[in-house]
Design a protein around this ligand. Sequence first.
Ligand SMILES: [Zn+2]
Length: 365
Amino acid sequence: MIGDRSVAVFYDELMLGHNPEVDFPFVPSRVEKRVRSILQGLDFKWSYPEHPGRLTAIRDALTAQPVPGVEFHSGAPASYEQLGRVHATAYLDQIFSLAGKRAWLDRDTTAVSPDSVQAASAAAGQAIAAVEAVCSGDADSAFALVRPPGHHAGPLRAQGFCLFNNVAVAAAHAQARLACERVLIVDWDAHHGNGTQDIFWADPDVLFFDIHCAAPFYPGSGHLEEVGAGLGEGYTVNVPIPETAGDLAFEKAFREILLPAAERFQPDLVLVSAGFDPHRNDMALNLTYDGFRMLTQIVQGIADQHCDGRLALVLEGGYNLSSLAQGVHAVLEVLAGGEAPALAECGIREVEAAADFHREAFTDD
Ligand SMILES: [Zn+2]
């Protein structure tokens, strides 16, 4: 029943300070010139899609309809040392030097505003606090509601709205400080988590499973053949799927690929890069809220079976505010002990009900 399990949600207002509005002047650079020329070529007015309204929409939905068993907390911002477990110091120094400034970081439209570095440190810090909560037993599971997102950020670069790789920072913290040797990261965002893949590419202690809309969809990576290298060969599992795939394809991938992979890997901790852009109202793929419920139930089952339920989710993408907020709400209900209904192709249940309704009309009794 919803409320049977405790869920710690980690959130901090500092993350609302990341707000790179494109009308303000930016630090002049080659990237800035390139982005400006791209934006000028558009025949519509572009605004930064990864904006503070994403988090406030989720917060407002949870205030309007609280989920029993869910409690809000704030964790401390991540330290330089904690970030340095997955990012090169040269990269961190570059990012920290941008505090107080507006700058474009890549031509895939990643930018910072004066308070972005503080916001990004807070985001990674909430992900760390989430794994601490589940490893200490303070909560049955945890969800870090964060932005900027993280899964495109690699060891050396910002990309795709991401500055620090929040889920990777959390995984490395769990290994370094919380006695978790093996960490499973499940990425169900619509986009391939190329940054997370790069960070753990040669690492046999992190199993990275990523289902995503196939290339050439952004960022264009995540092919089947990308399986890791060296000691990490076989510890990266990509499942590229077509843009029209939905609930049943996701469920099949989780049951037939993720479950046996997790069984073999025996994780000490399960993390999820939880994006809500695969919802049917968002940019690609066709998940429903029940689809998100089912995926949550499956990863929760993996955590229950292999690691005393230690499960922490970290928010990634999701740009339709309504499906983002309702998707997070649906996931929290399952984390809190709710049931995921069995999935069917969209419309099948309605047709079954209609068949029952009309059946008498065609029979003699
Ligand atoms: Zn995404």
